[in-house]
Design a protein around this ligand. Sequence first.
Ligand code: EPZ
Length: 413
Amino acid sequence: MNATIKGRNEIKGEVKVGGAKNAALPLLAALVVNPNVTLLNLPDLTDIKEMLNLLQKSGINHKRKENVTSFSAHDLNGDLSAIPSKIRASILLLGPLAVKNGEAILSYPGGCSIGKRPIDIHIQGLKAMGFDVKIEENFLRAKISHKLREARIRLPFPSVGATEHLMITAAMLEKTTTYISNCAREPEIVELQKFLNSMGAGIKGAGTANIKIEGRSNFSTVDFKIMGDRIEAGTYVILSLINNGEIVINGVEESSLNYVNFLREIGANLIVENSKIVVRPSKIKGFHLETAPYPGFPTDLQPQMGVLALVAEGHSKIVENIFENRLGHVEELKKMGANISVERNKEIKISGSQRLNGANVVGKDLRETATITLAATIAEGKSVVKNFDILYRGYEKVNDKLKGLGVDITLKD
Ligand code: EPZ
């Protein structure tokens, strides 16, 4: 599906973000611990549908009624090898299904083309917890080889997925206490701890670099509301800033918006109060941005910040420190006339006050497609964004929401 966007419309109005994709995916994997759960605010996204499909194949069924999704399961099946996985988050099922069924087999995880996306930290962690893990061609096979009373794991890098994967798995290892250090500290990790503890898990320390998990076996039914998507919110903040617009974004958790401080430092006029962000017209100065694990600036907003740098006053430098191939948006922005230099495939230098011209551009991954869509809203004339439907992986009702904020957009299959 392609989108034709006519640039330079007035951007104003209100938008509500959906449930956070990157909180919902680990919560869904955690249903293996206990499927008797009702989730509120589960976002309607293709990545979520993909995960629900994997759960269905493992024996966990769901029923959705408006914003409420309830789950139940009979006997779980650990062999998902027959299902090719299009999403990275499928790896989170490996440990939990191995605990539940004695053994689990998954196809190698998919995901965005922003880097090699290795899973060595996941595998090292499972092995340190007493699992036997094998990579056989395109499959991952895991089973418990020896029960430990205590497991100690130090992550070589604060991997978000590995932290979540090992937390969920350790929560199910009855009579084993697991200590994980150098953990990721993202708000989605805190959300996962809240969810697991609400059903009876014994986890402490999420949000810090050290997490302690006491494995248990009995878990109770729970209702849980998923937090708002901070990256979807940040993308709409940038949409407003680059168009000098005035918008209100609802449905966010103030505590998850660490990037607001950086945006204010470079001139953004933002008011954050009771679960909303008010974006006012702002004069953005050139900036130096480095992405880093939380509480650093999120890599998932790095491409979008490149468009803000194009319209800022003065020069900017952006350094991507998390993924080795997350500058795919640059070549597309250049088609719109952007003057951007890239060094070592990790550093971007951009002079400000640039004007873009509409062009035919290609969506390749989730945040890159969001970025070129943002750029099309400030370009002179019409742009066609190819593969616009990639956005439905992580931006709920994105076409309606953009239209509601004043973007002149029409979709074509
Ligand atoms: C999660 O991916 C998010 N995805 C990503 O969002 C996000 O960009 C990333 O965390 C960082 O914040 C979900 O939550 C579903 P990592 P994840 O493990 O868990 C390396 C989006 O656009 N690494 O923290 O895959 C890895 O290659 C997506 O919503 C290893 O080397 O990220 C990367 O360079 C994109 N070995 C770095 O760590 C491993 O075993 C961070 O990866 C695991 C990771």
